[in-house]
Design a protein around this ligand. Structure first.
Ligand code: C2E
Ligand code: MG
Ligand code: MG
Ligand code: MG
Length: 286
C-alpha cells in the first residue's frame, strides 16, 4: 500500500507526506486521549443587540488545552477531528459544557437568550444527533429554546430530505438554527426559504469596511434586505471597529459579534466581566 500510494513520486515529497501522515496520526491519538482526559474547554464570545445595547447571546468556541503545545484553536484540530470521526464525541462534550454553563449563568442571574454551538457537517449527519441533543438538554435542564446550533452554508446547500428532516425535528424541539459564515458558500439561496432556520451570520469577509473596495457594502445591504423579506435575524460577525458597528446598525442589522465587543473568553472571565460587558454594549451603540 505504501509503495502504490507513493509510486513514481519524488523522494522528498514522499518523505514530507509520510511525515505529515505521522504527525496527524500522533495528533489524532493525542486528541483521543485529550477527550477522555478533560483537555477540551470552551470559550464564549458575547453577541450584542444593536438597538437595545444589550448582550443577547454567546457563541461557544472550542479550545484544546494540549499537554505540551498549549491552548489550541479549532483551526488546529477541528478538521482532523472531522476526518477521523472524533468530532462526534468532541461535539457532544462541547454541547454539554455549553448547556451546563448556560444553566450556571441562569442561576447566577445572568440571562442570555441563547447559547450558540457550532456543528460541523459530520456531526450534523451523525444518526445520533437528535437523541444526543435531547439527552444533553434533559441532563442539564436547559430549555431547548435557549440553545442555538450553527451549521454551515455548504451543509444547508445539500438540501436533502435527511437534512431537512433533522432541521424540522430540531425546530419542533424548539432549538434555533443559524447559518454560519453566510455568503462564503455557493450562491443558491433557495434553501433559505425552504429550511426552518432563524438566523444568518454574515461572514466577516463581508463586514469589513475598506475605502478601496466598495463591493462588500452592497453585499451586506443585499443580505439584510433578503433576511428582512424572509423574516430571519442577522448577526454581523467579525466586528473589529466601532465604525463597523455604527454602519451595520445604520443598515438595519440587529445583532453583532466581534473583537470590538469582546474576544472569546473563559466562562469564569465572562461571568466576572458581565457588568463591564453590559456597559460596553450600551456604549457601543451611542
Ligand atoms: P465561526 O463559528 O465562524 O466562529 C467565529 C470565529 O471568528 C472564531 O474563531 C472567533 O474567535 C473569531 N472571531 C470573533 N470575532 C472576531 C473578530 O472581530 N475578528 C476576527 N478576525 N475573528 C473573530 P475560532 O474560535 O478560532 O473558531 C474558528 C472556527 O472553528 C469557527 O468559526 C467554527 O467554524 C469552528 N469551531 C469553533 N468551535 C467549534 C466547535 O465546538 N465545533 C465545531 N464543529 N466547530 C467549531
Ligand atoms: Mg460559528
Ligand atoms: Mg462564522
Ligand atoms: Mg467559520
Amino acid at each position: 500500500m505504501y509503495r502504490s500510494k507513493h509510486a513514481g513520486r519524488n523522494i522528498v515529497t514522499v518523505f514530507e507526506e509520510t511525515l505529515q501522515d505521522e504527525q496527524s496520526l500522533t495528533l489524532e491519538h493525542e486528541l483521543r486521549e485529550g477527550l477522555s482526559n478533560g483537555e477540551i474547554t470552551v470559550y464564549y464570545q458575547p453577541q450584542i443587540h444593536l438597538s437595545a445595547g444589550t448582550i443577547t447571546g454567546v457563541e461557544a468556541l472550542v479550545r484544546w488545552q494540549h499537554p505540551t503545545r498549549g491552548l489550541l484553536s479549532p483551526g488546529e484540530f477541528i478538521q482532523l477531528a472531522e476526518e477521523c470521526g472524533l468530532i462526534v464525541e468532541l461535539g457532544v462534550i462541547v454541547l454539554r459544557m455549553a448547556c451546563q454553563e448556560m444553566k450556571l449563568w441562569e442561576r447566577q442571574g445572568i440571562s442570555y437568550e441563547t447559547v450558540w454551538v457550532n456543528l460541523s457537517p459530520r456531526q450534523f449527519q451523525s444518526p445520533d444527533l437528535i437523541t444526543s441533543i435531547q439527552d444533553v438538554l434533559r441532563e442539564t435542564g436547559l430549555s431547548p429554546t435557549s440553545l442555538g446550533l450553527e451549521i454551515t452554508e455548504s451543509l444547508a446547500m445539500k438540501n436533502t430530505d435527511l437534512i431537512m428532516n433533522k432541521l424540522r425535528q430540531l425546530r419542533d424541539l424548539g432549538v434555533r438554527i443559524a447559518i454560519d459564515d453566510f455568503g462564503t458558500g455557493y450562491s443558491s439561496l433557495s434553501y433559505l426559504q425552504q429550511f426552518p432556520i432563524n438566523v444568518i451570520k454574515v461572514d466577516k469577509s463581508f463586514t469589513r469596511i475598506s475605502s478601496d473596495d466598495q463591493n462588500p457594502r452592497f453585499i451586506v445591504t443585499a443580505i439584510l434586505a433578503l433576511a428582512r423579506e424572509l423574516n430571519l435575524r442577522v448577526i454581523a460577525e467579525g466586528m473589529e471597529h466601532i465604525e463597523q458597528i455604527h454602519w451595520m446598525r445604520q443598515e438595519g442589522c440587529d445583532y453583532a459579534q466581534g473583537y470590538v465587543v469582546a474576544r472569546p473568553m473563559t466562562p469564569e472571565m465572562l461571568t466576572k466581566m458581565h457588568r463591564e460587558l453590559c456597559d460596553r454594549a450600551r456604549e457601543l451603540i451611542h
